[in-house]
Each structure stands twice: as C-alpha cells, then as structure tokens.
Design a protein around this ligand. Structure first.
Ligand SMILES: NC(=O)c1ccc[n+]([C@@H]2O[C@H](COP(=O)([O-])OP(=O)(O)OC[C@H]3O[C@@H](n4cnc5c(N)ncnc54)[C@H](OP(=O)(O)O)[C@@H]3O)[C@@H](O)[C@H]2O)c1
Length: 226
C-alpha cells in the first residue's frame, strides 16, 4: 500500500507518516522543504520516501503526481494534513481578508488541487482513502466568532469532503474529515494531547476497511457534529 502525507516534516503529519510506515505502508513523506522531508523520512526509516511538495504550488502538485504515477502507478491513501493560520488574534467581524485568503490557499485549495491531481492514481489504488485533516473549530453546530481564517477554511474543507465522498462513493474511494483533537504541536501550542494520540484517528480513517464509512467527520473514530 502506498500512502502520501502532506506537511509530514513535523507535528501530526510526521506522526501519521510514522504510524502508517509502522503498519507496513510505503509512505511518501512530503514537505515544502526538501531538506525537512529528507530529515523526517530518515528518522522513520526505509518505508518513508521524502518528496518536496508545497500544496499551494500547482507545479509541485503536478510534479508529485507525475513522480508517483511513474514510480508506483497507483496511490492507496492521501492524507491532506498541511495547514496554517490558527488565527486566535482575529474575530470574524474585523478579520483581515488577505489572511483569510492566504489560509484558504493552503487549507482548502491545497487539498482540493492535490486530490484532483492524484485522483487518477487513487482510482487505480487497491483500497483508496482520502483523509482531510480538519478541526472541530469547523463544526457549524458549535461555531463561535474566533479564528475566522482557520475556521472558514476548515468548514469549506469539510464541505469538500462531503462533495468528494458523494462523487467518489461509486468508485470505492472513501473520503472523510478527521479532527485530531487538541494536540501539542507548533500549531496547537503546549497543553494538548501527545501527537501519537492525535495521529491515531487520522490513521484510522486512512486504513478503513472497504465497507468503512465515507463522507463523515470524526475524532478518534467517533462522529462529530458538522
Ligand atoms: N494541533 C492541534 O491541536 C490541531 C487541532 C485540530 C486540527 N489540527 C490540524 O492538524 C493538522 C496538522 O496540524 P499540526 O498541529 O501538526 O500543525 P504544525 O505542527 O504547524 O504542522 C503543519 C505542517 O503543515 C506544513 N505546511 C504548511 N503550509 C504548507 C504548504 N503550503 N505545503 C505543504 N506543507 C505545508 C508545515 O510545513 P513547514 O514546516 O514547512 O511549515 C508543517 O509540516 C492541520 O490540518 C491542523 O489544522 C491540529
């Protein structure tokens, strides 16, 4: 099984890559810095292969799709993990829309662009799964006025999850959104739970059986309200 993880040089992405490699997957460990991808893959071992990928770059995305297609001809798991801008300093009523747009470029259009480019390879995969790493902040049910750039981008990512899941269900491609919980990373800050625990729910969605759910929003394998 071949898996690709974005933003996998640190934080939850790196731990997802490690757990998938431990489970026997070949992991394409991608990062926007080639050196960072190499360093993280080196720590994991030979099942992790480093690749440079900035999800905001159409050129990078096309190059990765060509490379994976040429080398493997198929992809089983795509984990859209990379994200930016947990904008705790902003409120919706006064948010800087340039910051909102910039966040969407990485958190929404990045996963969208990458999924489109890799779809032919996922269709050729044996057990294709797409996991969009989201956040409970995106839940409309519980939504407040804070972190507007992050929240709007993740809510739209949840919508993309639903659309892709509906479209791809007949092709056996399972697409789910997963909140890792509050995790102690650079983005989450201190006090959150260990990355090992946050990553586990992402790996769960990445390795669902063929009769597993699609179009859902989960944390730790349990549904969250949209
Ligand atoms: N931590 C939490 O409490 C928490 C809670 C809910 C959801 N999440 C979600 O979990 C995921 C991982 O978060 P994290 O806490 O592990 O964050 P993190 O420690 O800040 O790591 C973010 C990763 O994304 C990468 N990245 C940023 N922009 C990128 C781009 N344009 N192209 C490729 N990679 C890019 C970063 O690479 P560089 O090293 O190059 O910057 C880094 O590897 C995110 O989707 C986040 O929204 C986290």
């Amino acid at each position: 099984m071949i898996a690709l993880v974005t933003g996998a040089n640190r934080g939850i992405g790196r731990e997802v890559a490690r757990q998938l490699a431990e489970a026997g997957h070949t992991v394409l460990l991608t990062a926007r810095s080639e050196a960072a991808a190499r360093a993280a893959a080196g720590e994991i071992g030979p099942r992790a292969q480093p690749l440079r990928l900035d999800v905001t770059s159409g050129e990078d995305v096309a190059a990765v799709a060509r490379r994976v297609g040429g080398e493997f001809g198929a992809l089983d798991v795509l984990v859209n993990n990379a994200a930016i801008t947990y904008d705790t300093w902003q409120r919706a009523s006064t948010a800087d829309l340039d910051v909102v747009r910039e966040a969407a470029e990485t958190n929404l259009y990045g996963p969208w662009r990458l999924t489109q480019a890799l779809l032919p390879l996922l269709r050729a995969g044996a057990h294709p799964r797409v996991v969009n790493v989201s956040s409970e902040a995106a839940s409309l049910t519980n939504m407040g006025g804070g972190t507007p750039a992050y929240t709007a981008s993740k809510t739209a990512l949840n919508a993309l999850t639903r659309m892709l899941a509906a479209e791809l269900r007949p092709h056996g491609i399972l697409v789910n959104a997963v909140c890792p919980g509050w995790v102690a990373t650079d983005l989450g800050g201190p006090g959150g739970r260990p990355v090992r625990e946050g990553a586990r729910g992402v790996v769960w969605a990445a390795t669902l059986p063929d009769d597993g759910p699609t179009g859902g929003f989960y944390r730790d394998g349990r549904p969250l309200p949209w």
